[in-house]
Ligand binder design. Structure first.
Ligand SMILES: [Zn+2]
Length: 838
């Protein structure tokens, strides 16, 4: 009995403390609705809250409060629920369809709605895109509770004048990875020492999602279900204000916008956004944080130019995206140079900014609505004034890559028209004109040159889309879904052989499928033309040959396997009845070589760049449907490499001892393929694994350095890093790594300073940077003239009977480089068949 009283008392004190610390200002609360503490059984900030409990609490609020409704907008890779809580007055919620209609009228440039102040403002409070920046989801619980249960006059006013959409966790898979870590290492009493395990997660950490993608870069690229679900939701609601809550290093205070002024000058954004609106909202955040004694800073850092951030994409939709960065307690309590920082303290700042966002939005409702209306109207007027009337694009050989590109356009609500079997048109005169610009236009001039992230994002180049500027609008059929686009002609049955185009994006998936079914498949190392069931046709390097009589299966079974692969991957396939070709080599040529199935492994773990590793894992899982063994680097010594014929090392800092290095070398010499990317290629050269070299700067050790102001050092050094640019390469189309390409010019993404010197071997340099290589983004003159112009992008170097395929540039960047994925997949599927002539 006594014990029970004690427990009750303890709960009460905790609760009172929580009420006092977080919620005092908004008392009284509806007693019928449990606070997060009452629901969870612990005070906010005492533990890290699991995502399923957050969802359960939100469902409970929807069950108990007439102000709240709950919806799911998708599921993560690991099956966690992506959710949105809609909060307003019961009257507004009952009338939501009509309010939505009135709200959306402001995004439609063909109407002239003027009831700015009558429609509630639409606010999306979104939290925790980086899983190991956990304070914001806890703040989401407090915010949801406040709006669901507070009876304070101020809150009632906000509910009357707004519809609030709360997304508590944009990245639940990453959040739970970190939550598990922080809770399982939590000490009692808490350990504030930064060297404690609680404050230092193991690789890859909780920042990213299941495939180790940074979801705060994925809003433009739309590769992952988290972003795809959110974008679909977004384009139904077009909120006026959207928050994006983060945490930064512990040795700091708090950041809110405005951001770094010059860096934020996205050339296509209205100035009202990043000047007027940001200053207007900034004043509210300053006042609110002053009132609780929290320090903060603005303007010094961060830029909103890259349109794939959660705080910049809304800007491209006539809304206001707001970035917040809280110094992290990473764990429950940590000692910093500024004193101790606690989890509850970080949560309180995020909670304060949440409520303040609603306040600022409600008090500037008319301004925000007019702004959004002008934004879409000006899209049409700016497009009308432009000489560019649209973009025509298409591809004769690879429909699946084009489809993937169109899929992204449609997700962003860009209008696409089909004006020929394989030809498409995107007009500039449409409400999403700025998105059209984002996708097709390239920029090389910026006032500022130090970017927080990429300085190039013309999506058309990511997909290696061949497009032309059109000076007049063309008519066509509106494309509403990619599956309405052309499908392949079903493969005919043959008793002799089948040919499969290697040009199609999905061809490697087909090859893997056929090999998994046990078929003998060859790759043609020459081009040719032959008579097929679909008429005479010319075939490119890399075309797959499946001879019927060589198989262990009967011809009916072979036909069934091919048809199945074609249905699944929509790749052009042909039946042929003779090996005697119309031109070029015949089908029995020694240049048509049987391919082995890759047995692939990739090193992962501490020191390895998780993004690059995750991109490969994602590519193979979701598009090729091929397994790859992820070998933790800590086990490398005892791993038997002979189980594999292909090993991938992405960028990272590798610190093998001589034995480890020898182990890799001996394994390659046996005839296997090592694929290195970015700094792993530099590593292979530095460790003399290969006889290649880097382009380096000759330093004069006697020269006296030019004096520069100390205060400029950060900017000066920042410029020399290559933040992310798109550059043109020239590809050898006759090389197995270049198979499946029809054009020698290929855009690649460069975001490192790995400068490979073209090989001394005349057959080793597969891709070299073209003359005038810069397509999009910022690079210093020095980097361009001294390094880029003299470097290679892709080299194959022999070791014994094997080879190292060295990529300077990541061909799988952010899961979005459909144009260069093929280079990597060629290395994986054909690497073991490359013999470098010596
Ligand atoms: Zn973050």
């Amino acid at each position: 009995m006594r014990k029970i009283t004690f427990v009750l008392l303890l709960c009460l004190t905790t609760n009172l403390f929580a009420q006092e610390y977080f919620l005092k200002k908004y008392q009284p609360f509806n007693q019928d609705i449990p606070s997060p503490e009452e629901f969870l059984g612990y005070g906010i900030g005492e533990r890290h809250t699991r995502h399923d409990l957050i969802v359960a609490y939100f469902k409970k609020l929807a069950e108990l409060s007439p102000r709240v409704s709950f919806a799911e907008y998708g599921k993560t890779h690991e099956g966690r629920i992506l959710s949105i809580l809609t909060i307003s007055t019961p009257e507004n919620l009952a009338n939501i369809t009509e309010l939505k209609r009135q709200h959306l009228a402001f995004t439609d440039p063909s109407t002239n709605a003027s009831n700015y102040n009558d429609v509630p403002v639409f606010i999306n409070l979104a939290y925790n895109v980086h899983g190991n920046e956990p304070s914001s989801s806890e703040a989401a619980l407090l915010t949801a509770y406040t709006f669901a249960a507070s009876e304070a006059g101020e809150i009632i006013k906000y509910l009357n004048e707004s519809v609030i959409f709360i997304d508590p966790t944009i990245n639940p898979d990453g959040r739970d990875r970190h939550t598990q870590w922080a809770n399982s290492y939590q000490g009692s009493p808490l350990v504030a020492d930064p060297q404690d395990a609680e404050h230092d997660e193991y690789w890859p950490g909780g920042r990213t999602n299941h495939y180790w993608f940074d979801l705060n870069r994925d809003w433009l690229l739309a590769i992952n279900p988290e972003s795809r679900g959110k974008l679909t939701w977004y384009h139904q609601w077009y909120p006026n204000v959207v928050t994006d809550f983060h945490e930064m290093g512990s040795q700091s205070s708090y950041f809110f916008e405005p951001m770094k002024a010059n860096g934020s000058l996205n050339p296509i954004m209205p100035k009202e956004n990043y000047v007027d609106l940001n200053n207007m909202f900034g004043a509210y955040f300053a006042k609110a944080l002053d009132s609780i004694g929290s320090l903060y800073f603005t303007k010094e850092v961060f830029d909103g130019t890259y349109p794939g951030y959660g705080s910049s994409y809304p800007d491209l939709q006539g809304g206001l995206g707001l970035l917040f960065e809280q110094a992290s307690s990473r764990g429950h309590k940590q000692t910093t140079a500024f004193g101790e920082i606690t989890f509850p303290f970080t949560i309180r700042n995020q909670y304060t900014s949440s409520i303040t966002t609603v306040r600022a939005a409600v008090e500037n409702k008319t301004y925000l609505r007019k702004y959004q209306q002008d934004f879409f109207k000006s899209a049409l007027s700016r497009a009308s004034a432009s000489k560019i009337k649209g973009y025509t694009f298409g591809d004769d050989y690879d429909q699946n890559r084009v489809k993937a590109f169109i899929d992204k356009l449609l997700l962003h609500k860009v209008k696409v028209f089909q004006n020929g079997d394989k030809s498409f048109f995107v007009p500039t005169r449409q409400p999403q004109y700025r998105m059209v610009q984002t996708v097709f236009e390239t920029y090389s001039k910026y006032r500022d040159s130090v970017f927080y992230d990429a300085s190039a994002w013309s999506l058309a180049n990511f997909y290696n889309i061949n497009y032309k500027v059109a000076s007049r609008e063309t008519q066509g059929t509106p494309v509403t879904a990619v599956d309405q686009l052309s499908t392949v002609t079903p493969v005919g049955r043959s008793e002799y052989a089948y040919l499969v185009d290697w040009d199609d994006y999905n061809a490697p998936a087909v090859l893997h499928h056929l090999k998994s079914e046990g078929l003998v498949v060859s790759s043609s190392f020459r081009s040719f033309s032959s008579t097929t069931n679909a008429g005479n046709k010319s075939f490119n390097y890399g075309t797959l040959l499946i001879p019927v009589k060589l198989q262990k299966k009967d011809s009916g079974e072979v036909f069934r396997i091919l048809s199945e692969a074609q249905q699944k991957y929509q790749v052009p396939m042909y039946a042929v009845n003779t090996g005697y070709n119309l031109s070029g080599i015949d089908l029995g040529s020694r240049f048509v070589r049987p391919v082995t199935k890759p047995k692939a492994a990739m090193l992962i773990g501490e020191g390895v760049r998780s993004y690059e590793a995750g991109e490969i894992w994602h590519l193979l899982d979701t598009r090729v449907h091929m397994p790859i063994t992820k070998i933790p680097i800590r086990n490398f010594r005892r791993v038997n490499l002979d189980k594999y014929n292909t090993l991938v090392m992405v960028s990272g800092s590798y610190s093998f001892d001589d034995k480890g290095l020898e182990k890799i070398k001996e394994w390659v010499e046996k005839g296997n393929t090592l694929i290195t990317i970015g700094t792993a290629s530099k590593w292979a050269i530095d460790k003399k694994l290969v006889k290649e070299s880097l382009v380096s700067e000759e330093k004069d050790s006697t020269a006296v350095a030019e004096r520069k102001p100390y205060g400029d050092a950060g900017e000066n050094l920042g410029k020399e890093s290559v933040g992310g640019i798109i550059v043109q390469t020239e590809l050898d189309l006759t090389h197995p790594l270049g198979f499946g390409y029809r054009k020698a010019l290929l855009p690649v993404y460069k975001n490192n300073t790995v400068w490979l010197k073209p090989s001394k071997n005349e057959y080793s340099t597969v891709a070299q940077y073209a003359d005038n290589p810069l397509i999009d983004g910022f690079i210093t003159d020095k980097n361009r003239d001294k390094f880029l112009k003299n470097s290679a992008s892709l080299i194959v170097s022999p070791i014994g009977g094997g080879r190292v395929v060295m990529f300077a540039d990541n061909p799988n960047f952010r899961g979005s480089w459909y144009g260069t994925n093929r280079l990597f997949l060629n290395a994986l599927f054909l690497g073991n068949h490359i013999n470098v002539p010596k």
